[in-house]
Design a protein around this ligand. Sequence first.
Ligand SMILES: [Zn+2]
Length: 320
Amino acid sequence: VTALYAGIDLGGTTITAGMASADGTVLARRNIATQSEDGPDAVLERMARLVEGLAKETQSTPSAVGVGVPGLVDLATGTTRFLPNLATQWRDIPVAQFLTQRLHCPVRVLNDARAAALGELKFGLGRSARSMAFFTLGTGIGGGVVIDGKLLLGPLGAAGELGHQTILPNGPLCGCGNRGCLESLASGPAIMAAGIRLLRSGMAPNLHTLVGGDANQVTPRSMAAAAASGDTAVRDVLLESATFLGIGVANVVTALHPDLVVLGGGVAEIGELLITHVRQVVRQRVRMFPVDDVRVEKSAVGDGAGLLGAIGLAIHGFEF
Ligand SMILES: [Zn+2]
């Protein structure tokens, strides 16, 4: 029986778990629906069984488990404080205690965006950087900051909420309660809402063809394809979002002067159009020092960052 490390990425709709060796090689992974409406106990039991299934599949037992959760968590105890996207919002749910009892090993819990940053740091582009700002661009915009090789956590593990910096003073209301956050302007839902508006108003003929007129098929990726094939209105929407993102990135570059900025999550799948424009905005807006040596890149680990980060947390604990 080999000792391996388990990672769990708890999402609003899906739980992904993986079993990996000490160098982060994922030997087995599985996912199931979260179904948070069943309540925390049922979801925790599901997480435990998922890891047990992976242990059986790899003929191993986990030496430690790392968990990424979508919200605030007490790092010392592994008890959740507030997970806004899960039913009942998981106030004071002892995740680490429950899973330790079920799986008989140490369990550490971290915010999912910080976990994704850790995944990029340990197994992605972050390996070659001393300082890194990581943006995960999805349903929301999360982030993580690495200074001198260390992931910044702050007293609540909440340091690096890069998606909730104000970009427009009187902009759209954000889920966090503020107005004009980067998340309200450049997240997947913000971009898709603009794409659907163009689809319905007849201003995106190529997008209409690509998705067969189905608004549910409009994604940042399909919008990028439509823009590339000549939908100028779609292209303008993507460039406007990229400008907002570029301003957010430029602010962080000004504050931290990192070697590396990484863009991850589904919205990064827009690809070159997004990355090139963000780089341009950073050059325009950071004027206090040269930014030629600040790399802005798409994530090397993509959708896997969250799971890899949870695995990294299992392997390294909070000593990363
Ligand atoms: Zn916000």
